[in-house]
Design a protein. Structure first.
Lengths: 182, 62
């Protein structure tokens, strides 16, 4: 199955962001990479259904998101408390994420309902518009907006921040924020 | 356009509006966390997968 060069470029170009999305969704690097692999296999097997000229990245995110959701439902039946399980798996493997300074933030993120988490990440980190995020999640634009708002509010509560001064109790976070800004 | 009087504690109530500064900092932290993974680039596992699927066995120079 020869892969068109432009498709190959677009798919590989989307991989870093797909991984970041997958890790944020499932909280586990190995499982995230399996999700990405499955996404690439599905995408390339169904490349004919991709409409040239549309957003390849959004298409791949949609496949990954749907696959994650069906897996998630399956696991939910297998594992009793899947949300608690997600949060726990984060705590037990903090170093899987590299830098420890994001741990508190990741743990807070893990406590959000899945709907809110994915909406926040798509809009706030992946850089999709509300419209694109709605397309990826298969819901209305207004739904995405309200999920993002709820997610932000909940995150602020979980992290106990009421003002910008409450951020970054540790110096490393401050440093990261300062250097990552603008 | 929420009346700011009531607290943000009630989760089921309509979320109170967060200050711009808080939203901005949350956003920065979220992106920093996300970009840490993005900056890892494409692991070999995936470029090899694409090569394999491509069927011609050529090594991807990148």
């Amino acid at each position: 199955m020869p892969i068109d060069e432009s498709v190959r470029k677009a798919v590989l170009g989307a991989v870093p962001s797909l991984r970041a999305f997958a890790i944020s969704l499932c909280g586990n690097v190995d499982r995230a990479d399996d999700l990405v692999q499955e996404t690439l296999l599905r995408a390339l097997a169904n490349i004919d259904s991709f409409q040239p000229g549309t957003n390849m990245s959004a298409w791949l995110f949609t496949i990954l998101r749907n696959h994650f959701r069906s897996e998630y439902r399956k696991r939910r039946r297998e594992v009793e408390d899947s949300d608690g399980h997600h949060a726990e798996s984060l705590k037990s493997q903090p170093d899987q994420y590299g830098h420890v300074e994001f741990r508190e933030f990741r743990e807070a993120l893990a406590q959000l309902p899945a709907d809110q988490r994915e909406a926040l990440i798509l809009v706030g980190a992946s850089g999709f518009s509300y419209e694109e995020a709605a397309g990826i999640c298969g819901c209305a634009v207004g739904t995405i907006k309200s999920r993002v708002n709820r997610a932000r509010t909940r995150l602020a509560e979980l992290l106990h921040v009421n003002s910008a001064e409450d951020f970054g109790p540790d110096e490393t976070t401050r440093a990261v924020l300062a250097s990552g800004g603008e | 356009m929420e009346a700011a009087a009531t607290g943000s504690k009630k989760l089921n109530a309509k979320p109170a509006k967060l200050g711009r500064d808080v939203q901005a900092r949350l956003g920065q932290q979220l992106r920093a966390m996300y970009d840490e993974v993005v900056n890892q680039g494409v692991p070999e596992r995936f470029s090899e997968l694409i090569n394999r699927l491509d069927g011609n066995g050529k090594k991807d120079g990148r």
